[in-house]
Design a protein around this ligand. Structure first.
Ligand SMILES: Nc1ncnc2c1ncn2[C@@H]1O[C@H](COP(=O)(O)OP(=O)(O)OP(=O)(O)O)[C@@H](O)[C@H]1O
Length: 270
């Protein structure tokens, strides 16, 4: 990370907020901190390892300052609003929004997940599947298949409620244990920077295709079964919604197949 960026963030957050870098993407820098943005320390300091996420969109010097300010504000506010709305959908899991400073491009979010055993990395879906594919475990362990089904249900709920993710990779799905020590995982969807309210089957088909490709490219030997479990979970949400659900499911799946076909043609042509 450049010195200029570190200085920009440190000045904004002040030395009272110690931060640790998690990732630096094209648009945002993500940190963890043990400081809550507004609760007094006494109210959570008893909680072991209190941790929060800070997602910061730094200003971009290559953009005109006024365009930069308005883009930063719009994107930060957009993600915060979406998280707020998604949080109200029963059964859907996204991080709690703790605070939003749209003018400075900053979101504070609930920290989700944990480090997987045996140095298998952070508990996102990608690493979780690696753990079962590589770690001498059964890649078709019932825990894996059940977790994938639940991932499909999360996406089904998102789409059924007419929201789309926009960047549905296996790293943007964080798995959280149902209870400490439990082997049951609850998938949470993160990173709604490209998310939208959309009833368009095209957007839904693209979301499904992006995730299918992500699983195919990292877990090719098991991808067929994995994607089947995902789609079973996805379909179950629509099928629980009667005839309308069945009709809409057909539309989404048809479009998903079209998107897949377009993707194949594109990769054949190069
Ligand atoms: N609520 C959270 N709990 C735990 N980790 C998180 C959370 N939000 C983000 N992260 C971590 O930070 C990483 C980047 O976050 P996010 O995808 O939201 O930012 P981004 O800048 O859009 O990233 P990218 O450009 O890589 O897609 C995630 O892959 C995850 O490891």
């Amino acid at each position: 990370m450049s010195e200029q960026l570190v200085a920009q963030i440190s000045e904004y957050l002040t030395p009272n907020v110690p931060i640790q870098l998690v990732s630096q993407g094209a648009e945002a820098v993500v940190f963890t901190t043990n400081v809550h943005p507004y609760l007094p320390k006494e109210s959570y300091s008893g909680v072991e390892d209190a941790k929060f996420i800070i997602k910061y969109r730094p200003s971009k010097s290559y953009r005109h300052p006024s365009i930069d300010k308005s883009l930063t504000k719009r994107r930060t506010l957009g993600e915060a609003r979406l998280l707020g709305k998604l949080h109200q959908i029963e059964g859907l899991h996204v991080p709690h929004l703790i605070a939003c400073d749209a003018y400075n491009g900053c979101l504070w979010l609930e920290f989700l997940g944990e480090n997987l055993p045996n140095g298998m990395g952070f508990s996102n879906l990608k690493n979780f599947l690696w753990m079962y594919a590589k770690g001498g475990n059964d890649p078709y362990d019932p825990i894996v298949l059940e977790t994938l089904y639940k991932v499909g249900q999360e996406i089904g709920l998102l789409h059924w409620n007419d929201y789309c993710h926009g960047d549905l990779t296996s790293s943007n799905i964080i798995l959280v244990r149902e209870k400490p020590g439990s082997d049951t995982w609850v998938p949470h969807l993160i990173d709604f920077g490209l998310g939208s309210i959309s009833n368009m089957v095209e957007d839904k088909g693209v979301d499904l295709y992006v995730l299918e490709r992500a699983i195919l490219s990292t877990h090719s030997s098991y991808a067929e079964k994995y994607n089947e479990c995902l789609m079973n979970g996805f379909s179950s949400v629509y099928e629980n919604n009667g005839k309308l659900g069945q009709k809409k499911l057909k539309e989404v799946i048809n479009r998903f197949q079209e998107v897949r076909l377009r993707g194949r043609k594109r990769s054949m042509i190069g």
